[in-house]
Design a protein around this ligand. Structure first.
Ligand code: ASP
Length: 428
């Protein structure tokens, strides 16, 4: 990384540079004959390798850091205190974000900008894709009321650890294991703890190494995304809708900054500067799970959150706290209703707050997951699911933006929890 004087440049600048080049190369190649194939064959694989290397770290990271974090707590009352606060603040921020989304979409009314012909055209064009999403959502709906709880407990830890979608199960195992470590005599637990401490260090180093490649990774990801994106006129029809989502997401960043300042006196620029590389990565990968290793590193090393708090709060946040996703689901649901000429009364909108909160908890931290769960929100509110077709074209860019908010929310909440537990460094 020493070429072109890049060594001194901040990581977020390097990543930003990579992203810009990626978009430029993508645009150029999209207009050249054979350019698309060239990018797909020769550039895109490097993006996939980069994302894979991040995902590769996620399960071992959760295991090592959470076991270390929980066993560092030394007693169980501390753990339940931290757990209660974490879940409480996560749910509060999610409800705030759904409400922000609902207020904006009711004020701006983006759905009224879609003409009848555009609506019919889009429903026609995307009906195949819509069905795919409906299928996955149906499977989720068919399960009983306690299914989510049942799913939390894996019957085989190696099975659970072999699929990144089972992150909550791995978290469950790690907390349980950490508890076991607290409960056995110190003499016995010491070598085990030492092992996990060391393992944790190794994994953090691996993340450092991966991050050296981040600028190149995001370059490849964005170049591929640009050459593969649908035509621009669709985006135009959805301009107001996208504007509403992005405005809401921006407001959420303001809400986090205010919360962090209010409770910890840390200024917004401190929060943003500390977390920006993770935000840029969230934007490029559209996955909170893939971003988790970097979020952990930034929050611990740059935002002053003690590791015992960050290693507990962040993996849980990456899987259950998705404020950007819940905001988007609320806006999208009402937008579709508006486009179909439906009027949603207060009761239905209240229902959307509840279902969008639950749906965002249930969404996996991977690209496009929010859209699957949106089907459930639509179903509950009685909004036609065919309307998914309307928002399809812009889902990926909005997914990138909402993932940034998902990750920022986790980081902000970890600072609040750390502060409340007396575990926030004051001089960072
Ligand atoms: N891509 C989002 C995330 O990983 C989830 C979603 O909204 O689709 O955080």
């Amino acid at each position: 990384m020493e070429f072109m004087g890049m060594k001194k440049m901040g990581l977020h600048w390097k990543i930003l540079l990579g992203m810009t080049f990626g978009v430029l190369v993508g645009l150029l190649m999209a207009n050249l004959e054979g350019g698309k194939e060239l990018v797909q064959n020769w550039i895109k694989p490097f993006g996939s390798i980069f994302i894979n290397s991040l995902k590769l770290i996620a399960v071992p990271l959760i295991l090592a850091s959470l076991i270390k974090g929980v066993s560092d707590l030394k007693d169980i009352s501390k753990l339940s205190k931290m757990g209660g606060r974490t879940i409480g603040i996560y749910i509060t921020t999610t409800i705030i974000s759904v409400s922000v989304g609902l207020i904006l979409v009711n004020l701006i009314k983006p759905g009224t900008a879609i003409s009848e012909t555009t609506r019919l055209e889009m429903v026609e064009n995307y009906s195949g894709d819509t069905n795919k999403y409906k299928e996955s959502a149906k499977k989720q709906l068919e399960s009983g009321p306690l299914q989510a709880l049942e799913d939390l407990v894996p019957d085989n830890i190696f099975g659970a650890a072999s699929d990144n979608r089972n992150m909550l199960q791995v978290i469950f195992f790690a907390i349980f294991f950490g508890l076991g470590l607290i409960l056995i005599p110190k003499k016995k637990s010491k070598p085990v703890k030492k092992f996990f401490d060391g393992l944790n260090e190794v994994i953090l180093k691996m993340i450092d190494v991966i991050m050296l490649c981040a600028p190149f990774g995001v370059f490849a990801l964005l170049a591929a995304l640009v050459v593969e994106s649908p035509s621009l006129d669709l985006f135009e029809a959805l301009g107001w809708y996208s504007f509403t989502v992005v405005l809401g997401l921006t407001l959420m960043i303001v809400v986090y900054s205010a919360m962090v300042f209010g409770f910890t006196r840390k200024r917004p620029d401190f929060l943003m500067k500390g977390i920006s590389p993770a935000q840029l990565l969230a934007f490029s990968t559209s996955s909170s799970a893939a971003t988790l290793p970097v979020t952990m590193e930034r929050v611990t090393d740059h935002l002053g959150v003690h590791e015992e708090v960050s290693s507990f709060v962040l993996p849980i946040g990456a899987t259950i706290n998705m404020d950007g996703t819940s905001l988007y689901q609320a806006v999208a649901a009402v937008f579709i209703a508006q486009a179909f000429g439906m009027n949603l009364d207060f009761g239905v909108q209240l229902g959307i707050i509840i279902t969008a909160t639950l749906a965002s908890i249930g969404s996996a931290a991977v690209p496009g997951a929010g859209m699957v769960m949106l089907v459930i929100v639509l179903g509950q509110a009685g909004i036609p699911e065919a309307g998914l077709a309307l928002i399809f074209a812009v889902d990926r860019p909005l997914d990138m933006c909402r993932t940034v908010v998902n990750v920022t929310g986790d980081a902000a909440v970890s600072m609040l929890v750390a502060k409340s537990m007396g575990k926030l460094e004051s001089n960072t």
